[in-house]
Design a protein around this ligand. Structure first.
Ligand SMILES: [Zn+2]
Ligand SMILES: [Zn+2]
Length: 139
């Protein structure tokens, strides 16, 4: 099923994208920065090689230093505010796409949790998936 074409967009439709092939990983990120960016307890992101993705439409970028000290470019829709994807300046070949923006978010089931060192204390994880304290080993 490597020919799956994942499609997604922001809430207003100004920004659309598609990605070919399977995501390299699908992780819930519990870092403080993703809590701000999602306005919630964690962000769920699918890792896609940038070369496999086509992004269409304008997005705004907010750049932050992540918890690991890497430079995170966070793309969001300037019209409706939907968080779309992020990209590390140090690793531009990978895009971290917000799973909630996929046409069918069920196509990318969660594979693990990262930045559990910042996980909210009331959140109990019982899904049996890996719980990394920080970033996964980045290829
Ligand atoms: Zn939008
Ligand atoms: Zn994060």
């Amino acid at each position: 099923m490597s020919d799956i074409n994942y499609k997604g967009q922001c809430a207003c439709g100004d920004f659309t994208y598609s990605c070919e092939g399977e995501p390299a990983s699908v992780m819930a990120c519990h870092c403080r920065d993703c809590q701000y960016a999602s306005g919630s307890a964690f962000a769920t992101v699918a890792f896609f090689p940038a070369a496999n993705c086509a992004m269409t439409g304008p997005s705004k970028v907010y750049t932050v230093k992540g918890e690991a000290g890497l430079t995170v470019n966070r793309h969001f829709c300037g019209n409706c505010g939907t968080p779309l994807y992020s990209m590390l300046a140090e690793m531009p070949e990978m895009l971290f796409i917000k799973v909630g923006t996929l046409e069918d978010p069920n196509l990318t089931p969660l594979q693990g949790h990262m930045w559990c060192a910042s996980k909210l204390s009331w959140l109990k994880l019982d899904d049996g998936l890996v719980q990394l304290p920080g970033n996964p080993p980045l290829a």
